[in-house]
Design a protein around this ligand. Structure first.
Ligand code: ATP
Ligand code: MG
Length: 560
């Protein structure tokens, strides 16, 4: 039985029920799954659902999970993608059984199984062109027609397949098809193609092969060769399950009750983004984003660069669960998961994202005071950090108004006191503006008796704002992100690339505490009152400041 637990609560889903039933019926001695990416792009958060499911089940049931590259289309695949996928799976916290697998390492076996099908009169070489093939296939309402090549003899088909393999035919001239049923209500069963001709160089097998197996032929056989028990895929393959079963049931090596079986679950769709690799690739190639790891993308490398932790992504996948219902998932759920993770672990610091100067007129000119601030107010064990205070400070533009608009206003205004976080209470007296009327400097006084305590005369100071001391502050660039698209489901639109949100990246320049000089990439910080940020080394190579990516704000701003 499963010992699956997350926060000690078992998560039950239909796949686990199936596995439990199969194990109880002694159909298998143990379970084996696989994660089968095609190396034609970087992994996205949808893949994380499949990774967590496949590797998670193997872990919980003490089974095995292979990482198998489904590399049967040389035209679209590349080693860069193989490497990034391995990297992302490991970053997410999973490891595959033994060595990495490649469908391409079974190419000779697929070929032998194709010969077996021809010998059983279950496959034939077909010379209809693409248009004719479509015409012969029929429609959902109308049965198809048999290809004129359907009755070619076994001997001739064997010879033709060998010629295909030797490169005697051009791309598209012929295909090997399964001989099933041109009247099947399932279109995928109307004599589907098993092999096609491709002359591209393959990243693993170079120019050894001229014919490449189709997904429906290669996938089930790869599963069976590896001993996969539960082959989990997304709902769009539901009909193809018939073909999966047909292939395995017609091959002597695999026609047994404990062969692999396919189960489908719904894919993850996230609002305000696109998830298909083809669309992501288009954004990358058209330079509409900075690369596959652009922090606005839902790729694992983008999320990671943005500051998402592997734990938060796994938690998100747990929160959404596994089902057969197709839906769009609210981005707020993903953000809540990372916020919950970072809230517990992220060290606190102060950063001023849109700075204005504050001059404390009653503070000694040359003095710089060192103060102590907790690294995490709810976790004393994380210790304290040094911050500084002097006559010149920076605060955020949004934290000052000339006149407090109402009684609830908890920031700085002329004549209205506020506490500087981890420091003193100050009171604003006057301010300067630039030619456009923007505030540049606020003049204030501080109350020296208010460090770590309320004013002695009982004055109530409710507001707290953050600041950074000017002389030691480090200048920093902040990259603030918003949804990448302006529509909930941009992928539905043919010209989705025209729906990009022009404010998806806003860059500002401000200041951070001096200790942030040593901040490491992927280490999350909470800039108090602003949100969670992490340093971006890659971006720093381009400019002169240290750069922080905003991972997520402190509160949900999506569902407003
Ligand atoms: P895409 O449509 O993004 O190109 P794909 O299905 O072509 O995705 P593969 O590399 O073939 O990408 O996917 C590897 C595995 O990840 C498959 O088992 C696939 O079902 C699963 N997968 C892909 N996208 C999602 C998603 N959005 N939600 C859940 N699983 C997914
Ligand atoms: Mg695919």
């Amino acid at each position: 039985m499963s010992d699956n637990t997350t926060n000690n609560k078992p998560i039950v889903n239909f796949i686990r029920h199936q596995i439990d039933d199969d194990l109880n019926a002694k159909l298998y001695n143990g379970i084996q799954t696989r994660f089968p990416p095609e190396p034609n792009g970087y992994l996205h958060i949808g893949h994380a659902k499949s990774i967590c499911l496949n590797f998670g089940l193997a872990k919980d049931y003490k089974g095995k999970c292979n990482l198998r590259f489904d590399d049967t289309n040389p035209a679209k695949e590349a080693l860069e993608f193989v490497e990034s996928i391995k990297n992302d799976v490991q970053w997410l916290g999973f490891d595959w059984e033994a060595e990495v697998r490649y469908s391409s390492s079974y190419f000779s076996k697929f070929y032998q199984y194709a010969i077996e099908l021809i010998n059983k009169d279950l496959a034939y070489v077909c010379f209809l062109n693409a248009e004719e093939t479509r015409e012969y296939r029929g429609t959902l309402k109308e049965a198809g027609k048999n290809s004129p090549h359907r009755e070619t003899t076994k001997a001739d088909n064997l010879a033709l397949l060998a010629q295909m393999k030797e490169g005697k035919f051009s791309e598209g001239e012929c295909v090997l098809r399964a001989k099933i049923d041109m009247a099947s209500p399932f279109m995928c069963m109307r004599d589907p193609a098993l092999y096609r001709i491709r002359f591209d160089k393959h990243h693993q097998t170079s120019n050894e092969w001229r014919i490449y197996p189709m997904y429906d032929f290669a996938h089930c056989i790869s599963d069976a060769i590896e001993g996969v028990t539960h082959s989990l895929c997304t709902l769009e393959f539901q009909d193809n399950r018939r073909l999966y079963d047909w292939v395995l049931e017609n091959l002597d090596d695999f026609n047994r009750p404990n062969r692999p079986h396919q189960y489908e679950f719904s894919r993850l769709n996230l609002e305000y983004t696109v998830m298909s690799k083809r669309k992501l690739q288009q954004l990358v190639e058209d330079n509409l984003v900075s690369g596959w790891d652009d922090p606005r993308l839902p790729t694992l490398s983008g999320l990671r660069r943005r500051g998402y932790t592997a734990a938060s992504i796994r938690d998100f996948i747990d929160r959404i669960g596994i089902s057969k219902v197709d839906s769009m998932t609210d981005m707020a759920i993903l953000e809540a998961a990372v916020r919950d993770d970072l809230n517990a672990v992220a060290p606190r610091t102060m950063g001023v994202i849109d700075p204005i100067k504050v001059i404390i007129e009653n503070y000694p000119e040359t003095q710089v005071e060192t103060l102590q601030a907790p690294i995490h107010p709810q976790n004393e064990a994380m210790g304290k950090r040094e911050i500084f205070f002097s006559r010149v400070l920076y605060i955020d533009r949004a934290d000052f108004e000339e006149i407090a608009p109402n009684k609830k206003f908890k920031r700085l205004a002329i004549g209205k006191e506020v506490r500087l976080r981890n420091a003193y209470v100050i009171n604003a007296t006057t301010f300067d503006t630039d030619f456009d009327g923007n505030v540049t400097t606020v003049y204030a006084t501080y109350d020296p008796e208010t460090l770590g305590k309320n004013p002695a005369d009982g004055r109530k100071v409710k507001g707290v704002i953050h600041f950074v001391e000017a002389s030691r502050a480090i200048e920093a660039e902040f990259r603030l992100y918003d949804r990448l698209f302006t529509l909930e489901n941009p992928g539905k639109n043919e010209h989705f690339e025209q729906l990009l949100n022009p404010k998806s990246l806003v860059t500002t320049y401000g200041f951070v505490e001096p200790s942030m000089k040593n901040a490491k990439p992927e280490q999350a910080y909470q800039f108090e009152r602003e949100g969670y940020f992490c340093r971006d080394n890659a971006a720093e190579a381009e400019g002169k400041y240290i750069v922080f990516n905003k991972t997520v704000g402190l509160r949900d701003t999506w569902s407003n």
